[in-house]
Design a protein. Structure first.
Length: 265
């Protein structure tokens, strides 16, 4: 015989309803504030404070926590790279419309590393396959010219030719992408992996080997917390393939995990 679920007292039911309503409002506020890509572009450098991030965490505004958290942590990685004079270039796998790329550009210039290469890699055709929460073709509303236009607008630049920015169009898996990447750099000090899918993350990580990765480098995984079978599983496969690398967690948020990676043999 199954036991009937006891009905909470009237006071309890009111509290339950109130907390449901608050959760609903919080979710709507979060979406309204940050989920629309247009709103992300309203984030300015002066807004990046740890108290802002703490507030978003306390209020459980998940999208705001993600955006502030990842930008704050990326900024401190750039500060570390500058402080320890770690050589190398910056690469992003999964550029979409250039939002995080614009921040990578800002951070590299703000720590005095503007002369280092910044490379964005994307098919600009959206996700190549569907898996877990992701669907094929998602994020297809972009192109090389969209990214350039966004960067020019966001940074009030006249042209991008002077800023050592390179965009590679194609699938990470494609041999032409490997060829273009290796022609541009043999020393990647930061790889920002923002490509959602485990299979895409595998392909991006395949491009990071002894020939391309700096002896000390940062691997910054966005989407880490979205689904365990995607990015964390891909990282574990990479770790198993590379016993010569040691990894130390540098920073983490609900969705992201950033590692410092050192060649030990
Ligand atoms: C979530 S979006 C990137 C968001 C961007 N970094 C930002 O902050 O706005 C993921 C991107 O990864 C790209 N992508 C995913 N898998 C890929 C693959 N195997 N090869 C090339 N691009 C891929 C998609 O085209 C998409 O633009």
């Amino acid at each position: 015989m199954t036991e009937a679920t006891p009905t909470p007292p009237v006071g309890g039911r009111i509290v339950q309803r109130l907390s449901k309503a608050v959760d609903h409002r919080r979710h709507r506020l979060d979406r309204w504030l940050f989920a629309a890509p247009l709103c992300w572009w309203t984030i300015r450098p002066w807004m990046l404070t740890s108290s802002g991030h703490r507030l978003a965490t306390r209020l459980r505004l998940q999208e705001a926590e993600h955006q502030f958290g990842r930008l704050l942590h990326l900024r401190s990685i750039f500060e570390d790279i500058a402080k320890h004079r770690l050589p190398g270039d910056f690469v992003e796998f999964g550029t979409y419309q250039g939002f995080s790329l614009a921040w990578l550009h800002l951070f590299r210039t703000s720590v005095g590393l503007g002369s280092r290469r910044l490379i964005g890699v994307d098919s600009f055709k959206g996700l190549p396959t569907s898996s877990t929460v992701w669907h094929q073709g998602q994020f297809s509303d972009s192109s090389v010219s969209t990214v350039c236009a966004n960067l020019l607008r966001y940074h009030h630049l006249r042209d991008l030719s002077a800023v050592n920015l390179h965009l590679i169009e194609g699938l990470f898996e494609a041999p032409e992408v490997r060829a273009q990447l290796t022609a541009l750099t043999s020393n990647i000090v930061l790889a920002h992996l923002d490509c959602d899918l485990g299979s895409s993350c595998d392909a991006a990580l395949d491009l990071l080997d002894r020939a391309t990765l700096a002896p000390t480098a940062y691997l910054a995984f966005d989407d880490w917390g979205c689904h365990v079978d995607e990015i964390p599983a891909s990282f574990e496969r990479y770790q198993a393939r590379h016993p010569e690398l040691s990894f130390e967690v540098q920073a983490t948020t609900t969705y992201t995990r950033y590692f410092r990676c050192t060649r030990i043999r």
